[in-house]
Design a protein around this ligand. Structure first.
Ligand code: BYC
Length: 317
């Protein structure tokens, strides 16, 4: 590695300019970007499952159309993100194999079951809300293709969040049983939503380096706090109780204090032992296997029309 290349990289980061695929970058930066983008892409794709569970049982045509559009958006997000990872030399087939083999992660949140239609609303409100909190700063991430993908993703996530909140407002204006369903869903999803931001800063092995490289713009704890501060007034307006007896405004800090997150549960979930890990990965593997003929057909088509279609050899794996 020449000193010039390292200097150019450091200067690009220091001046808040973007690293592009053609640029030299340290191996560690490339590996970190692939790790984060692959994990993010896998989350979007696995994230289709919990909500997809309710498409055939949506309570009205309108709700079904909204949910279908949302789940399709998640597929699109996964595709932009896999493409962004490919610009770093990662192969899509390889990333999928790593996901299925448990060698790459996806967000812990998608290992919880969706037990009622209120969960669709709560996922929109809290899970997409947490995603927005985490992802808006990533629009300024130092790796160009990732930052640009995040701009579109965040716009769509913000529609997702609103549809969830609107669904919940509607249910809260309904019957006592509907209000109970919403409260039950909030009780189940609140703590796992806080875990989406990752381990506490003191136990986060990647944060310091990722902040230095401009990949992450805020620490896990900063974003978690921002999410809590944002959610409390929304919960009040909705008329639900957040399941944390220690949640209260702290005048001195200018933030809400909140109770301890169960990090043992988080560790178990990311180690593969959450309520739905096995089912989620098995479903992903089955979908991948069932789609083999589509990939083969696309490759056969590409071979017949080499001028019109340019695909990477990786697409067939
Ligand atoms: N779940 O050093 P840390 C969505 C892992 S998609 C699982 O803090 P980092 C949506 C972490 O990977 C949501 N694993 O890591 C989709 C690392 O392990 P490895 C996904 C987690 O990377 C559809 C280890 O723990 N969003 O919102 O600096 C429908 C130590 O952590 C989790 C993204 O991926 C977790 N929650 O920070 C609706 C956003 N947390 O990789 C919604 C982009 C941590 O060393 N990603 N780990 O084996 C990020 O912002 C960062 O990667 C994280 C973690 C904040 C998640």
């Amino acid at each position: 590695m020449s000193v010039d290349l390292q200097e150019h990289f450091d200067e690009t980061i220091a001046h808040e300019r973007r690293i592009e695929p053609r640029d030299w970058m340290p191996d560690g930066y490339r590996a970190t970007m692939i790790r984060q983008i692959a994990q993010h892409a896998h989350s979007e794709i696995i994230g289709m499952q919990p909500e997809g569970n309710w498409i055939t049982r949506a309570p009205s045509l309108r709700r079904k159309a909204i949910l279908l559009a949302k789940v399709q958006d998640e597929a699109g997000h996964g595709m932009y993100l896999y493409s962004a990872a490919e610009t770093l030399g990662a192969g899509r087939g390889d990333m999928t194999a790593k996901l299925i083999g448990g060698r790459q992660k996806y967000s812990s949140i998608f290992n919880y079951p969706t037990l009622s239609y209120a969960d669709v609303g709560v996922i929109g409100w809290l899970v997409d809300g947490a995603a927005i909190c985490n992802q808006v700063p990533l629009c300024r991430s130092s790796y160009g293709p990732y930052a640009r993908a995040m701009i579109r993703i965040c716009k769509e996530e913000s529609f997702h969040q609103r549809q969830g909140y609107e669904l919940l407002l509607t249910m809260m204006r309904g019957t006592a049983a509907q209000r109970e369903m919403v409260q039950d869903a909030v009780n189940r999803f609140w703590w796992p939503s806080l875990m989406m931001f990752g381990p506490p800063d003191a136990d986060s092995p990647n944060t310091a380096q990722s902040m230095e490289w401009g990949i992450k713009r805020h620490t896990n704890d900063e974003l978690r706090q921002r999410f809590v501060d944002m959610s409390v007034p929304q919960a009040e307006k909705l008329g639900v109780t957040l399941p944390d007896p220690l949640l209260r405004w702290n005048d001195e800090r200018g933030h809400y204090d909140f109770g301890p997150v169960d990090w043992d549960e988080f560790k178990a979930v990311i180690a593969g032992n959450g309520p739905c890990n096995t089912q989620r990965v098995a479903r992903r593997k089955a979908a991948h296997d069932e789609g083999a003929w589509v990939r083969e057909a696309a490759m056969a088509h590409a071979r017949k029309n080499p001028e019109r279609v340019r695909v990477s050899p990786e697409a067939s794996s």
